[in-house]
Design a protein around this ligand. Structure first.
Ligand SMILES: [Zn+2]
Length: 288
C-alpha cells in the first residue's frame, strides 16, 4: 500500500500532505497497459484525486475529469475518503518524450480544456466545479482549482517517474496550504522556500521521498505529523453493479441482447475486469 502523510507546522500557519503513490500508479499502468505519456497523465490525475480526497471530511466520493481537446482524450478518476482511487484515460497509447532528456511530455498533448471536480457527499446533490486547464500538467491545474474554486491558496507538486522500460519507478507529490491566521512574514517565508524547492522529480528520486518532501516544505520550521493513511488503486465494480446497469437499459434492449448476442460481455472502464452475463442471466433480468 501507498501512504499519505498529513502534517501541520507547529505554528499552525501551514499544513502539508505528502504522498507516496508509486503502487497506485503502477497498478493503473498494469491494468490499462498505458504507454509513457498516458501513464504519467493518468498517474498525475490519480495523485491529484488522492490529494483532493484527503481534503474531504466524512464519507464522500470525489471525481476528477480532465477534459482536454488533444491527444489524451478524457481522463476520469474517482476516489473516496477511505483511501481508494480508480481511473482511466481514453487514449492509453500516447508515448512522446523529449529526445535529449528522455522527459515524458504531458501538457502539450492535453490541449485546451477543463478540470472538472464533482464532490458527492452522499446527499444526492453533488457539488460540481469547472476551471480551465492552466497548463494541462495536472499539478498546476489542481492548484488553480483549489485556489480559485475552494478559495484556499495552495501549492501542489506531483509527478510520476518512469524507468528505462517506461515502467513506473516512483510516483507521488505534495500539497501545501496556508491556514487562516498565518502572518505575512510566515507566508512570504514559505513562498520563498517553495520557490527555491528542488524540482519535484529530484525530490521523488530521493531514497525516502516523503521525508525529502517534508524537509523541503518545512525547512528548519518545526512541524508535526497528524496522521499517516494507507492509499491505493481499488475498483468497486462487481457483477451486481453491472447487473443494475443492465437493468437500466430496459427490457427491449435486454431482449435484443439475449436474442442476438446470446449474452453480454462487459468490461469495467476503470479496472479492465470482465463480467459475463449468459442468455439465461439476461432472461432472468427481463422477467424480474
Ligand atoms: Zn472495475
Amino acid at each position: 500500500m501507498d501512504k499519505l502523510i498529513k502534517s501541520i507546522s507547529t505554528s499552525g500557519a501551514f499544513r502539508a500532505y505528502v504522498l507516496d503513490s508509486t503502487e497506485t500508479v503502477r497498478t493503473a499502468q498494469e491494468k490499462h497497459q498505458t504507454l509513457s505519456s498516458s501513464t504519467v497523465a493518468l498517474g498525475r490525475t490519480l495523485i491529484a484525486n488522492q490529494i483532493l480526497a484527503a481534503n474531504q471530511k466524512g464519507d464522500s466520493k470525489i471525481t476528477i475529469k480532465v477534459i482536454g481537446d488533444s491527444s489524451f482524450g478524457h481522463i476520469i478518476s474517482v476516489a473516496d475518503t477511505k483511501g481508494h482511487v480508480k481511473g482511466y484515460i481514453q487514449n492509453t497509447g500516447v508515448d512522446i518524450k523529449k529526445t535529449a532528456t528522455g522527459e515524458v511530455l504531458v501538457g502539450p498533448f492535453m490541449g485546451n480544456g477543463h478540470f472538472v471536480t464533482i464532490i458527492d457527499y452522499g446527499t444526492g446533490n453533488p457539488y460540481t466545479s469547472t476551471t480551465p486547464l492552466i497548463s494541462g500538467e495536472i499539478g498546476e491545474d489542481l492548484a488553480y482549482y483549489m485556489t480559485e474554486s475552494e478559495q484556499t491558496p495552495s501549492a501542489v507538486g506531483l509527478n510520476v517517474l518512469l524507468d528505462e522500460n517506461d515502467k513506473v519507478k516512483v510516483a507521488g507529490g505534495f500539497m501545501v496550504q496556508v491556514l487562516p491566521g498565518a502572518s505575512e512574514e510566515e507566508i512570504s517565508r514559505y513562498e520563498k522556500r517553495l520557490q527555491e524547492m528542488p524540482a519535484i522529480s529530484s525530490l521523488l528520486d530521493s531514497e525516502n521521498h516523503t521525508n525529502a518532501l517534508l524537509t523541503a516544505i518545512y525547512g528548519d520550521d518545526a512541524f508535526k505529523v497528524l496522521s499517516e493513511e494507507a492509499i491505493g488503486f481499488a475498483c468497486d465494480c462487481s457483477h451486481e453493479r453491472f447487473e443494475s446497469a443492465l437493468i437500466t437499459l430496459g427490457k427491449a434492449e435486454l431482449k435484443a441482447m439475449a436474442k442476438e448476442d446470446h449474452g453480454a460481455e462487459i468490461t469495467c472502464q476503470f479496472c479492465g475486469s470482465h463480467y459475463h452475463f449468459t442468455e439465461n442471466d439476461l432472461e432472468e433480468l427481463i422477467n424480474d
